[in-house]
Design a protein around this ligand. Sequence first.
Ligand code: 5GP
Length: 141
Amino acid sequence: MTQYDPNNIFTKILKGEIPSHKIFEDDHTLAFMDVMPMVDGHCLVIPKRGSRNLLDADPTVLAQVMAAVQKVARAAVKGMGAEGCQIRQYNEQAAGQTVFHLHFHVLPLRTGDSVKPHVGGMADHAVLARHAELIRAAIEG
Ligand code: 5GP
């Protein structure tokens, strides 16, 4: 498998070199809004330690990031007034991965919601900021 390349967009977000609408951060993980949301409230959870995806990740990192995925998923459901959520995760180009730093998609959903195509149009930043605020306010612990 191709080696992890630290020169990716999520590393730049981690370093603060490009802006993002942040939701949650701890020593090991960061969560922020996806700029091309498939649904309202679509956010991403990433580990700070880099790997291309799940296939080359350290299991210790997976345990840390999954705890953050659960925390953010609960907050996204509550904050967005959803009934449930999908967690999506793509590994390698053949499977639809476009950014090669491990990440988990959190999609809060209500019955009947339609999910837009993966990597579609850019959202309005004011809308992303409002959704980030709703989810941040619902983070527990
Ligand atoms: P993947 O296709 O690798 O599973 O998902 C990458 C995700 O990152 C896509 O949903 C895409 O919309 C999102 N994305 C790509 N570039 C940026 C960016 O610069 N900022 C943010 N917040 N999300 C991005």
